[in-house]
Design a protein around this ligand. Structure first.
Ligand SMILES: Cc1cc2nc3c(=O)[nH]c(=O)nc-3n(C[C@H](O)[C@H](O)[C@H](O)COP(=O)(O)OP(=O)(O)OC[C@H]3O[C@@H](n4cnc5c(N)ncnc54)[C@H](O)[C@@H]3O)c2cc1C
Length: 466
């Protein structure tokens, strides 16, 4: 839209939501000199990512793993140190990190002269929103980055003091002795893993037949094995009949007739886009039954000047992807191509124990597509670095085309998998001839490192070729 046309509005771009999606869009556009404003209904900026999702859950996980690791140190054991951290102690570090994130992100808006309007934004028409029903704000473009929240079915009493969802679970006052996690998607599995590491008894109830079906089968099998080995009771193919909140616990009645009782119940089954009470009735498009908005490849809704990014458009529902999508929407409205943002190349990092990460195709997908591929594997237990640190549980697997040797997928579980994966991702994104498994064989890596797993896996795979 030409400047003269944009000038008739209060802003060139108005962004709704200050999570990674909104921040990515706002910063991309503000840095090019456009007049950008944002709306945020929560008292602090940063989005669900900073306050209820990624940051608190990962900081809490770090508090657990670092404490448990310290306690399992032979010296500590010899000294007879057997403390059990309280929820309050584990939460303390998390709150400090959230505070740091908020002030850092706040400075991005300040430095780029992006005013933050506090309150609930609602569309009044295609170019106007009201904030908390206050003075309307007009803009030439909008980015809807309102995120998502846990889906709450009407037959679950979330006011019961022992029934939680992922937005509230870290507020638990006391550490319970048992938790039933209903829903074994990424969030449910991560929390099951974290709480098990604290010594809490866990029932993980899966509505499907496998854990995290989108992962490579071997990785899923490894996750199931290790969770069970740690003592998590996993029940597949179950469906909730009803939940009974009692004074001394919560009873989950399953349609299969099973009854599970635990101190606390965590609902982790599905999410809902934040599009209610949003004035969508004043726009020519609707949200689906999950509250999500349809967009095209440029993240435009059916109105080309209104974009939507992040969790509100559905999968992959990751902070990492939301940020890139926000930037892509910003670039598009500025008239630039977002082709170099590699929007289809989103790795997954799953912070269970063991940690999981994956990028590219799985064996199942390649087999279905009849791609002639080969596999190279490296077990962490045979790496010097893993032996030194004790992180011997894990595996790296490279899938590559057996004729061109192009890397087609990398799948990893074990310590720091979500970092290690990026080496494979970088090679996969090189131009032809440079995106092959040969890179890992011909390149000298530091020793001892976990990255050495790439060399070991590549040699293992190449040796299968004939
Ligand atoms: C427990 C948990 C763990 C997770 N872990 C990871 C992880 O490890 N890695 C990862 O990549 N992703 C993770 N995610 C997902 C990640 O948090 C989301 O994908 C990400 O936050 C989505 O960003 P967003 O910008 O779309 O929305 P959000 O971060 O949810 O931000 C949306 C913002 O919009 C505001 N808002 C909504 N409606 C309005 C309105 N009408 N007016 C004004 N403001 C409004 C909200 O208050 C909120 O601040 C996790 C999620 C959960 C729940």
């Amino acid at each position: 839209m030409p400047k003269a046309q944009r000038d008739q509005y209060d802003y060139d771009l108005f962004v709704i939501g200050t999570g990674p999606g909104g921040e990515g869009a706002a910063m991309q556009v503000a840095k090019r000199g456009w007049r950008v404003g944002v709306a945020e209904r929560y008292r602090l900026i940063g989005g669900g990512c900073t306050h209820w999702g990624t940051i608190p859950s990962k900081a809490f996980r770090y508090a657990i793993t670092s404490t448990m690791r310290a306690l399992s140190n032979p010296v500590m054991r010899e000294l007879g140190v057997t403390i059990s951290p309280t929820m309050e102690q584990l939460r303390r570090g998390t709150q400090a990190i959230v505070g740091r994130q908020v002030s850092m992100r706040r400075s991005f808006y300040d430095r780029n002269d992006v005013p933050i309007h506090r309150g609930q934004a609602r569309f009044l028409d295609e170019h106007t929103v009201s904030i908390d029903n206050d003075k309307p704000v007009t803009a030439a473009h909008f980015v809807i980055a309102t995120g998502s929240r846990p889906y709450r079915p009407a037959n679950v009493d979330f006011t019961h003091p022992r029934i939680y969802d992922s937005d509230t679970i870290l507020d638990m006052a006391e550490k319970p002795s048992s938790i039933t996690v209903y829903g074994a998607g990424v969030i449910g599995t991560e929390y099951a893993s974290m709480f098990r590491n604290l010594g809490i008894k866990i029932n993980l109830v899966n509505t499907r037949s496998k854990l995290l079906e989108f992962l490579d089968d071997e990785i899923t099998d490894a996750l199931s094995y290790h969770l069970r080995d740690q003592g998590v009771i996993i029940r597949h193919n179950e469906a909730m009949d009803r939940i009974e909140g009692c004074d001394d616990g919560v009873v989950l009645h399953l349609k299969s007739g099973k009854v599970l009782k635990s101190d606390v119940f965590l609902w982790a089954n599905g999410r809902q886009g934040n599009t209610d009470d949003f004035g969508l009735e004043h726009l020519p498009f609707e949200a689906n039954r999950r509250g999500q908005i349809d967009v095209n490849e440029q993240f435009q809704t059916s109105l080309p000047h209104i974009y939507a990014v992040g969790d509100v458009i559905g999968i992959p529902s990751l902070a990492s992807a939301a940020y890139t999508q926000g930037r892509a929407a910003g670039m598009h409205m500025l008239g630039h191509t977002s082709g170099n943002l590699r929007l289809n190349d989103i790795p997954a990092g799953i912070y269970t124990s063991p940690e999981i990460s994956t990028v590219g195709s799985t064996e199942r997908e390649l087999t279905e597509q009849c791609v002639p591929y080969e596999v190279g594997q490296s077990q962490f237990r045979s790496l010097a670095r893993a032996q030194i640190t004790g992180d011997t549980v894990g595996m790296l697997k490279i899938l590559f085309h057996r004729e061109t040797k192009r890397v087609l997928g990398v799948h990893c579980f074990g310590a720091n998998a979500s970092e290690i994966i990026h080496i494979g991702q970088a090679i996969m994104n090189q131009p032809d001839q440079h995106n092959t498994v040969d890179y890992f064989i011909e390149t000298t890596f530091n020793y001892p490192t976990m990255a050495e797993a790439y060399r070991v896996a590549a040699l293992n795979g190449i040796n299968r070729l004939f």
